[in-house]
Design a protein around this ligand. Structure first.
Ligand SMILES: NC(=O)c1ccc[n+]([C@@H]2O[C@H](COP(=O)([O-])OP(=O)(O)OC[C@H]3O[C@@H](n4cnc5c(N)ncnc54)[C@H](OP(=O)(O)O)[C@@H]3O)[C@@H](O)[C@H]2O)c1
Length: 293
């Protein structure tokens, strides 16, 4: 298949290129395709005629989004709408990546795809709008919600993922404070890219929750990162309220993966196994900060 990937230098975009390398790929970095530019989106799809478009592009600095609603909606809602329109014109399947932040986080068990979203912040609201604009515009879509991504990006993206942030801070400080009441599934972009590769072979259009197995709080995630890397920084728990970030965050956003498993697509490994793989790869690549104490 011919597959066009937006946000190709991001975490997921980078791993999609590796995972889908048997296909004919058209990886588009941000500077090559800005999804907010309608005419550029239309022109590129016309030029390449892809069978599938995978939209990983996003503006997702969640706190910054609160003070930049225009840009947040342009990238996360209007951009997907342009892509859906162009996919409809050329008959391409569209995979659009969405987020756990469409939910309000008040659940006490994993969210299914049929549960009512209720975003708490500008980012989640824009991502939910993007979902609606894709759904209402083009039937041959896969909307894939995921959580807490980590991968070896070649680009700047969000700047850093949680693992890299913890390792950096852990090597600088003796103590770090991390929220213990936000629970999700840290998810490997490498494993997610593999699942998306299987999903695009199907015609089972709709909305899917796709994450690594298991769940934890960011506090537990940080402790596990330090334990596995041998960094002896102390992790102190705090609450989301006490932490006081500018954007409200949903607390419990574990996503039920039952629907994608029902297609016969293999369950993704647990987040802890995926973390082992990530850290091992990091050491193999000889990252500057990979020489753990
Ligand atoms: N990261 C998470 O924890 C997480 C959790 C749940 C869902 N998601 C969703 O998963 C998807 C992939 O996330 P990721 O972690 O791979 O993100 P990422 O590493 O930040 O990659 C996103 C890419 O999109 C590019 N981009 C930004 N604005 C763009 C625009 N207007 N047009 C085209 N490209 C643009 C960025 O380029 P620049 O860096 O050059 O701006 C970046 O390379 C996103 O849809 C995100 O909402 C992420």
């Amino acid at each position: 298949m011919r597959i066009l990937i937006t946000g190709a230098r991001g975490q997921l975009g980078t791993d999609l290129q590796r995972s889908l390398s048997d296909h004919e790929l058209i990886p588009c970095a941000h500077h090559e395709l800005d999804v907010t530019e309608k005419h550029r989106v239309y022109a590129l799809l016309k030029e390449h005629g892809p069978d599938v478009v995978i939209n990983t592009a996003a503006y997702h600095r969640v706190d910054e989004c609160e003070s930049h609603p225009g840009e947040t909606f342009a990238v996360n809602a209007v951009g997907p709408w342009h892509l859906a329109t162009a996919c409809r014109m050329h008959g391409a399947k569209l995979v659009h990546i969405s987020t756990n932040f469409v939910f309000d986080g008040r659940a006490d068990r994993p969210y299914t795809e049929d549960e009512l979203p209720g975003p708490l912040n500008v980012y989640g609201t824009a991502k939910l709008s993007g979902e609606h604009l894709v759904r209402s515009n083009w039937d041959r879509h896969f909307i894939v919600r995921t959580t807490g991504l980590f991968g070896h990006s070649v680009g700047s993206g969000k700047g850093s993922n949680f693992i890299e942030t913890m390792i950096r801070i852990g090597m600088e400080r003796r103590e770090v404070v991390v929220v213990s009441d936000q629970v999700m599934s840290p998810t490997s972009t490498e494993d997610l890219a593999g699942a998306l590769g299987e999903l695009i072979e199907s015609e089972a259009y709709g909305t899917y929750h796709v994450t690594s197995g298991g769940a934890c709080s960011y506090f537990d995630f940080a402790r596990t990162i330090f334990r596995k890397t041998g960094i002896d920084t102390v992790v102190r728990p705090t609450s989301t309220e006490a932490y006081g970030a500018p954007a409200a965050r949903p607390l419990y956003t574990v996503l039920d993966n039952g629907r994608i498993l029902s297609l016969g697509i293999a369950e993704m490994p647990s987040w802890e196994d995926a973390l082992d793989g990530y850290l091992a790869q990091r050491v193999r690549r000889g990252d500057e900060t990979a020489g753990f104490p």
